[in-house]
Design a binder for this molecule. Structure first.
Ligand code: UDP
Length: 329
């Protein structure tokens, strides 16, 4: 298929781009490079440096079979302080994209949604039919887009699939997490293991969980990327499907720290800090719908996710001279 990947210079978008190419698809990447990296886009892939609002210019040039839409703002903490950025980029940006897709008769959309739409979960895992109650503007904005896509599919022949990611981590070859401001648990913990930060701050140890730290469901970015390729084949005109993507198993922050120590063979000193606003205690997927309907299975366990993220981290230390302190990019 001929597809446009918005946000294809970002962490997840770049891995999906790579997997799409390996699968024989013809990919164009659009990214404004506000958080992405030009060199994360595989060599030879046409790259358009533009805002999501300008996606119509690309779609006008030639017929596309689909759009995979990753371009978004995605930090829970930032969204609590700057909600307007999340409504503008995530909601208004996607509105422009849907209008352009309709104008140019693009039949398929795969949308990068999130478990943050659900809000607080529990040990049993969150299914897609759980009533959404987001706890942050990030989650609210992604939920608004999911609702907008459903309306679009009811009125027009668009076939869409929203993939609600739980906690994505790991790396695939040269593509991994390299955010300019890193807020995610696994890359920060690897920085500590590598001696680039003195300790990990655990955001709260009084949550209603077995060890008092938050429970999350970690999924390897490559498993996630493969689900996108499958979803592209599953988009049906006039239908909006929603699937959770996780491993179906929760790990606490302390369990992640222990896994990082095990995999890297390094010590990770921790301190306990106040809770981070917007964080739910539990986010664990019931991903049985994706397994059954997409015939997709995640392959990587937590140690593999961390081992691949660590290999990427070490590789960047050599290529980018990251041996000193500072941020990750
Ligand atoms: N976390 C933490 N210290 C950090 C970064 C994250 O304790 O420096 C916790 C965070 O509160 C959450 C979990 O780790 O419970 C995963 O956070 P992350 O930002 O990686 O992903 P999120 O769940 O927010 O999408």
């Amino acid at each position: 298929m001929k597809v446009l990947v918005t946000g294809g210079a970002g962490y997840i978008g770049s891995v999906v781009t790579r997997v799409l190419i390996e699968d024989g698809h013809d990919v164009v990447v659009l990214d404004d490079l506000s958080t992405g990296h030009r060199d994360a886009v595989p060599a030879g892939v046409p790259f358009v440096h533009a805002d999501i609002a300008d996606a119509g210019d690309v779609l006008a040039r030639e017929p596309f079979d689909g759009v995979l839409h990753f371009a978004a703002k995605s930090l829970v903490g930032e969204s609590m302080n700057r909600p307007e950025l999340y409504w503008a980029t995530n909601v208004c940006g996607t509105r422009h994209l849907l209008d352009a897709m309709r104008r140019h008769s693009v039949p398929r959309l795969i949308f990068s949604s999130t478990a943050a739409v659900y809000g607080e979960g529990g040990p049993d895992g969150i299914g897609e039919d759980t009533p959404p109650r987001p706890t942050s503007p990030y989650g609210t904005s992604k939920l608004a887009v999911d609702l907008m896509i459903s309306d679009e599919c009811r009125a027009y022949p668009l076939g869409a699939v929203s993939l609600r990611y739980f906690n994505v981590a790991g790396a695939y070859g040269p593509c991994g997490e390299r955010h300019r401001t890193e807020t995610h648990l696994i890359p920060i913990t690897l920085d500590v293991a590598a001696g680039r930060r003195p300790h990990l701050e655990i955001y709260g140890n009084d949550w209603p969980t077995p060890d008092g730290t938050c429970m999350r469901d970690y999924i390897h970015v490559l498993d996630l990327a493969r689900a996108h390729v499958v979803a592209l084949q599953h988009a049906r005109p006039g239908h909006h499907a929603i699937y959770n993507l996780g491993n179906g198993r929760g790990f606490s922050v302390r369990e992640v720290v222990a896994a990082v120590e095990r995999v890297t063979g390094r010590r990770v000193p921790v301190t306990v800090a106040p809770r981070r606003p917007g964080d739910p205690a539990w986010l664990v997927a019931d991903d049985s719908r994706a397994r059954a309907e997409l015939n997709w299975q995640p392959q990587a366990d937590l140690d593999t996710i961390i081992a691949d993220a660590w290999a990427f981290h070490q590789q960047r230390r050599h290529t980018d001279g990251l041996a000193g302190g500072g941020t990750t990019s």
